[in-house]
Design a protein around this ligand. Sequence first.
Ligand code: ZN
Length: 167
Amino acid sequence: MSPAPQSGTRLVNSLTALSDPTHQEWLEQVLHLALTHRQQGGRPFAALLVRDNRLVASAVNRMLENGDPTRHAELEVLREGCQQGPLAGTIVYASGHPCPMCLSALVMNGISAVYYAFDNQDAAPFGFDSTASYQRLGLALKPPPLPLIKLPSPIPAATLYGDPSRE
Ligand SMILES: [Zn+2]
């Protein structure tokens, strides 16, 4: 694997200890990565790319670090993951529901499913939802273009998305 960010290295280490992670365990790992990234001053989003229940790549949102609004976690994880092999048939675990830009890339590259913790409704109070973009693009998510599965989160949305200065 190419060098992962510091938080990603810890994540890989902890996942190596798990013999056969469940969807919920992968989700908790991606939330941990997103939360760590936010605590380091980044935007609170992360994604994992998994094939055959093994981690292919992990990434966080790099918008603030790079001033590039396209550097969403899901696109970052595709960029890193495609260096490791074909993307088709992999699973993405994401802290938040993908925005339309990322969802398009996931569909176009044959990702088989996305599991996520927080949907647009959860993210809306914190200004992180992409509902308006979906509406402007006329993209209905029913039926979804690939399985988009929300799993229960062990932390509330406010823990990840809330203003850290108020803690
Ligand atoms: Zn996105």
